[in-house]
Write a protein that binds this ligand. Structure first.
Ligand code: ACM
Length: 670
């Protein structure tokens, strides 16, 4: 019974399992035996990160194989089975210009990993680990020759730690996941209306009054940066301004365009409080604050946000009105461009370059800023034509709860960017997946990120022609299991949440099966299903359920196969088996929904699934017998396809579209 997860078991250690797919890969005969004599030798690497990476590599290999390994010849005399060679260049902070290419050759007699720079070694070690698996005679890695390099140099994840604070260890384990997926930028969204999450020693009221005590100390920030750097990941902090600043204003109302008082925002949405763009003292404040942050964060970039300034505070401010008149500005966009220009000068003074959301795209800004496109692909192309570098995030919003396939299909150099010249296209540095955290808590963040983040990771690393989405899903399943070995809880977190919901351990099997075939409502519909604030616990079935139901994906494939040839009994049986199970879940779930306050809200969902499955089973029989449904049947049953628009449980039945196809096939006849 494969009621959870994909049908095929994940096989480890195959060349065709690699994710992201390498640029060039060629299988070789033979395999490298990995036993207790396996040893890694690092030759002439000037960067100490490589030695530490080799230690971690050996630790992970030991955990994977249960064998004891050594990294130094002093401890173990055997010849090294893996030689690591990298350019002897001095250590440097990674930038988007860092060479991450590597070559890995594995054969019977050993393996060689070579790279021009340390970062390539880090990528290659991850590739090697994906190739290790138990074989009949012990552990082994297949013979292979790989020449690999990223398609895009900026492959990021935005993690919103403002809406929900994410403790340091959660960031660090996800950095491990990012490194495994060859992602190389953590875009740390540290400030927003709902929280100011970084310690400022210059202006301590910022974090003291803007964070409810949930902020990163500067020491913690340094630790996260060091952790990321060791894994070849840059940390780009975002201090969103001039909008999204309510939490700043809790401690510093004097920065606002309108008089306070202000307090931390508890609701989700776009809010009015905005910095005052007219006053020198606001820029002096930003100069001192950004100067402090420029010293804390070593990356060459600082993100200044710039999104969603609704203009209400500026429109209501007599000072801003006078300022507009004085400068000949007729729009708030012009005012914001002025503000951004001031901030850009401040950043330049502190040796930093600016990243901002696509709202900041304005002719007057310096050419070396980076534009992050979130409202479409057009600003990316426009910026590239004008000589500006850009990142794509439109299409990579993980909080939209879309399937991995949707993200996988989004290419930074497609659509408006497809017509760019090679020189312009080179300004498209890559992209970032965005994990906004209104509906994401420390408990659920891993499962909201993974495995879907892998789709973006592969799109940004692998060659443009790696587009077979079914193949992606197959590999993502096995990668997903490996992420568990790294300590990520995107899979293991499910059971405790179900147990808590039901008030029993282990969780009722029927609840697990229901959870496997539903998905959270998409986009931002959840906020319309019931009131949510930053204090609303995220502890319901919608939080336990995976963003993408692989069970429903498998079912859809089974329905497609059946409809392609309804005479095949095995295909019909595959569909029938699932529908029949879903039909019977409701009776098993009723005692639990009656007994648990937290589960009561899913009683209608469970009934709807039973009704849907019943109609699907009837349709299946009609189609299988090559019949055509009585129109009265369709009229009687079609209502099962009407899912509520704003269901209180905030869930969708992910199998519904496939049942719809089945029912329509019955209605229309063959
Ligand atoms: C954004 O989603 N407001 C950048």
């Amino acid at each position: 019974m494969a009621l959870l997860g994909a049908a095929a078991p994940a096989a480890f250690g195959q060349v065709d399992e690699l994710l992201p797919r390498p640029a060039e890969v060629e299988s070789l005969d033979g395999e490298l035996v990995i036993d207790g004599a396996f040893r890694v030798e690092v030759e002439a690497c000037g960067d100490a990160r490589v030695g530490r990476a080799a230690e971690r590599f050996v630790g992970r290999l030991a955990r994977q194989t249960g064998l004891v390994f050594f990294t130094s010849a002093g401890e173990h005399p055997a010849p090294p089975a893996l030689r690591v060679r990298c350019g002897a260049g001095a250590p440097h902070a990674p930038t988007w210009r860092t060479d991450e290419s590597y070559r890995l050759e594995i054969g019977r007699d050993g393996a060689i990993l070579s790279a021009p720079a340390a970062d390539g070694v880090l990528r290659g070690l991850e590739t090697f680990l994906q190739l290790v698996a138990p074989g009949p005679k012990g552990f082994r890695a297949p013979g292979v020759r790989i020449a690999d390099r990223p398609r895009f140099p900026w492959r990021g994840l935005l993690l919103d730690c403002a809406r929900h604070f994410m403790p340091q260890e959660i960031i660090e384990r996800n950095l491990d996941g990012m490194a495994a997926a060859k992602l190389n930028v953590l875009h740390w969204h540290l400030t927003d209306d709902q929280g100011f999450r970084v310690e400022s020693r210059t202006f301590p009221r910022l974090h003291q009054m803007g964070s409810d005590g949930l902020f990163y100390t500067q020491e913690q920030v340094r630790q996260v940066i060091a952790y990321a750097r060791d894994r070849g990941i840059r940390v780009v902090p975002e201090f969103d301004m001039p909008g999204h600043t309510t939490a700043w204003l809790a401690g510093h109302p004097e920065l606002a365009a309108l008089p306070g008082p202000y307090s931390i925002e508890r609701k989700w949405g776009i809010f009015d409080p905005t910095l005052d763009p007219t006053r020198d003292d606001v820029y002096h404040f930003l100069d001192r604050f950004l100067g402090e942050m420029a010293r804390l964060f070593p990356d060459e970039y600082i993100h200044i946000g710039g999104d969603e300034v609704n203009g209400k505070a500026w429109n209501a401010s007599p000072r801003v009105a006078a300022f507009k008149q004085e400068h000949g500005f007729s729009t708030n966009e012009q005012v914001q461009a002025y503000f951004n220009g001031q901030v850009a000068r401040i950043l330049t003074r502190h040796g930093k370059k600016m990243v901002g959301w696509d709202e900041i795209l304005h002719a007057d800004l310096p050419k070396d800023i980076v534009i992050q496109s979130w409202r479409g692909q057009a600003p990316l192309a426009k910026g590239a034509r004008e000589g500006r570098m850009g990142l794509l995030s439109f299409g990579y919003y993980l909080d939209h709860v879309s399937p991995a396939a949707a993200h996988y299909a989004v290419d930074p150099l497609a659509k408006e960017a497809a017509a760019l010249t090679p020189e312009e296209a080179a300004r498209v540095l890559g992209g970032e997946a965005c994990m906004w955290s209104e509906y994401v808590s420390p408990e659920t963040v891993d499962s909201r990120l993974w495995p879907r983040l892998l789709a973006v990771a592969e799109r940004l690393w692998s060659p443009a022609d790696v587009t077979d989405v079914d193949d992606y899903y197959r590999r993502a399943e096995s990668f997903s299991a490996r992420l568990d070995f790294l300590g990520l809880q995107h899979r293991s977190g499910l059971s405790p949440m179900l147990e808590r919901l039901a008030g029993t351990s282990p969780p009722p099997p029927a609840l697990r099966e229901l959870a496997a075939v539903v998905e959270p409502v998409k986009q931002y519909v959840r906020g319309k299903t019931s009131p949510h604030t930053s204090r609303t616990p995220l502890n319901r079935l919608v939080d336990a359920a995976r963003p993408e139901s692989l069970e429903a994906r498998d079912f859809r494939k089974a329905v497609d196969a059946f409809l392609a040839d309804p005479s095949r009994a095995a295909r019909r049986e595959e569909v029938r088996r699932r529908l029949d199970r879903w039909r019977r879940l409701d009776a098993e779930l009723q005692p639990w929904t009656a007994r648990s306050f937290l589960l009561a809200e899913i009683a209608p969902l469970s009934r709807a699934l039973a009704d849907l499955a019943t109609a699907g089973l009837e349709a299946l029989e009609i189609v299988a017998s090559r019949g055509k449904a009585d129109p009265a049947w369709w009229e009687f049953r079609r209502g099962v396809l009407d899912a509520p628009k704003r269901p209180a449980h905030a869930l969708e039945i992910a199998a519904l579209p496939a049942v719809r196809r089945l029912m329509e096939a019955a209605r229309d006849g063959s």
